[in-house]
Design a binder for this molecule. Sequence first.
Ligand SMILES: [Zn+2]
Length: 284
Amino acid sequence: MENFATSSDADYMSGQIIGRVAKYADKYNKNKLEVGMSLPGIVDYALGKVLYIPYFKWRDWDIGRQIERQTGLAVTMDNDANAIALAELWFGEEKIRKIKNFITVLVAEGVGTGIVFDGQVYRGEKGAAGEFGHMIVGENAPVLCSCGSRNCWEAHSSEKAIAARYRNLLNGDFSGSNNINIDQIINLAVNGDEQAIFVLKETAKFLGIGISNLIVGFSPQAVVVSGRITKAWHLIAEEVHSVVEHSIRRRLPMTVIKASSLGENPTIIGSLSLVLARIFASAS
Ligand SMILES: [Zn+2]
């Protein structure tokens, strides 16, 4: 796997991505290569266009066409949470692959959801469905949402919220804590650090509130959580379940809430699933 630093300069990022894709295209048999892209924003899956990346405030990023023009490879793209929902259908654990209605929740820089309805990813008009990261779950979140509000689910439950809670808790009396990243906080929690565990549990409460709302609205058979936070699922599962049980009063069919089995890089498996689904659809 190859990593490179992200930049807020869209043209620079396009160049970085195209350069790497071109390298693969030269190295391997072009006829057997396709590109799958999973992106943190609103993506028109049918047209293969990125409409909006909130983190960088990019609109109409034409990366798909640019890759196709410059490398000759076909590109399939989707929103990251939708790509993960597809990955759960292709590569998830058997129990999830077999059910028809479930929701994936991706906790990352933001919070995204993918809706699987009757065995298909539900994308809505122009791929904009599933933007539940902006539903209001409470006031005064520790960070601003990418939309600028402090009341959104994302502002309370994202990795940014976790990091901000941890920094606030330590209140600056721990040298280097301002630069602490999400992996370090999760590792601290897994290794028994009480403050890190407290911060994850606090975040899990808000994660649970949002999941309750999704369950009330969709009555899915399962909600599957993915992202780095799932490494500490054993520390937060009880908190999530307890919030959901307390907030859903009426008797609903039991919804299973579990951590994804896709591991630490679900979006990569999501990108692969996009390509497989495209090939499968064109062959049938
Ligand atoms: Zn928002």
